[in-house]
Ligand binder design. Structure first.
Ligand code: HEC
Length: 326
């Protein structure tokens, strides 16, 4: 067992806590919840009118939820840390379900900041994150949106600041009134399988062979850098597989200054605010999608840079292409 420095241990502990939270939310749906969920139909969900990013008015229950397998998430476009990472992560899930998106599976991202997030702002966000068909962005009155958050159990008490909103996602099958709350940082394969297979009553094909934790392959020994990369970076970056939402990171440690890279990984937001010329040029190239500040410190940045060095060397010596995210 490697001796890990304290900040890194904190990151691993945080990841563990996220997983525990994800698992406990499954257990959360006990008998009482199942009985309550049995009434999760039109009499439970309000039929409030929301507006899509295309400016179309839709009724929440009749047009969006009824008879469908759906994923519901509350977010806001100006959120700098959790929402971008969450959207990028959910994109991996949508990609695994792409043959069914917009057919029997629908993703809804509902803004909790309707004053800022007009349909045009939501549309630009969807384009920036390249989220595909079957994923609808919605806005509505503040009161209606809070009612929906409450109905999904994603709002407790009064929200004092936007960034205190619950980052869990809810997904379910309106026909069977089965719903589940999960963390978006769960494994994309596990989530896709729960949404597309389990929620459907375990009929039809499984989405991926790694459909449950029991079947998940053992990853074997991973370096701290590899671990952080998979959990925090792979939803936006590949190493050697071409650009994704962010640039391909193969050879990045050769083409950029080490100190610049280390600072960028720790505080990209500050470098953008300071108008660092390299950062601004990248921003323009990548759709104005700002890399989030993921609250990493020196130890994590060093571990990540070492991992990027190692993967680049492996590729240069003809090793297997690592695709990271997808
Ligand atoms: C939500 C998406 C997202 C996540 C998550 C993310 N990045 Fe980025 N990253 C970007 C984007 C987009 C850029 C391009 C600059 C910009 O637009 O902000 C970028 C740029 C970079 C660059 C500079 C690349 C170059 O060519 O100079 C590095 C290095 C980098 N990211 C590393 C990481 C690491 C390491 C992590 C995980 C700790 C990470 N990123 C997580 C989106 C992301």
């Amino acid at each position: 067992m490697i001796q890990l420095a304290n900040p890194l241990r904190a990151v691993l502990a945080r990841a563990g806590a996220l997983l525990a939270a994800a698992l406990s939310s499954v257990a959360l749906l006990g008998a009482a919840d199942v009985a309550r969920a049995a009434s999760w139909h039109g009499d439970y969900f309000p039929n409030v009118v929301l507006t899509t990013s295309e400016g179309k008015q839709v009724k929440f229950y009749d047009d969006l939820i009824k008879d469908r397998l759906v994923v519901v998430q509350f977010f806001f476009t100006s959120c700098k840390d959790v929402c971008p990472a969450e959207t990028a992560q959910m994109r991996l899930v949508a990609d695994l379900l792409k043959d069914r998106m917009g057919k029997d599976i629908f993703f809804y991202s509902i803004t909790i900041d309707p004053d800022t997030d007009t349909p045009a702002v939501l549309k630009a966000y969807a384009q920036r994150y390249k989220t595909g068909p079957g994923w609808t962005y919605l806005t509505g009155s503040k009161a209606d949106v809070s009612t929906l958050q409450r109905k999904f159990g994603l709002l407790s008490g009064d929200l004092k600041a936007l960034n205190e909103h619950s980052t869990s996602i809810m997904f379910g099958n309106e026909k069977t009134a089965r719903w589940q709350k999960r963390s978006p940082y769960d494994s994309p394969e596990v989530l896709a399988n729960l949404i597309g297979f389990t929620m459907k009553g375990a009929t039809g094909p499984r989405i991926s062979s790694a459909g449950s934790y029991e079947n998940a392959k053992l990853i074997g020994e991973v370096s701290p850098g590899a671990f952080i990369f998979r959990a925090r970076c792979a939803s936006c970056h590949r190493i050697g597989g071409g650009d994704d939402l962010g640039p391909d990171l193969v050879r990045v440690t050769h083409r950029r200054d080490r100190l610049w890279l280390s600072r960028w990984i720790k505080e990209p937001d500050k470098m953008i605010a300071e108008k660092d010329p390299t950062a601004l040029a990248m921003l323009a190239k990548y759709n104005n999608l700002k890399m989030p500040n993921l609250s990493l410190g020196d130890v994590e940045a060093d571990a990540l840079l070492k991992y990027l060095d190692d993967e680049t060397a492996k590729l240069a010596s003809g090793g297997a292409v690592k695709t990271g995210g997808k």
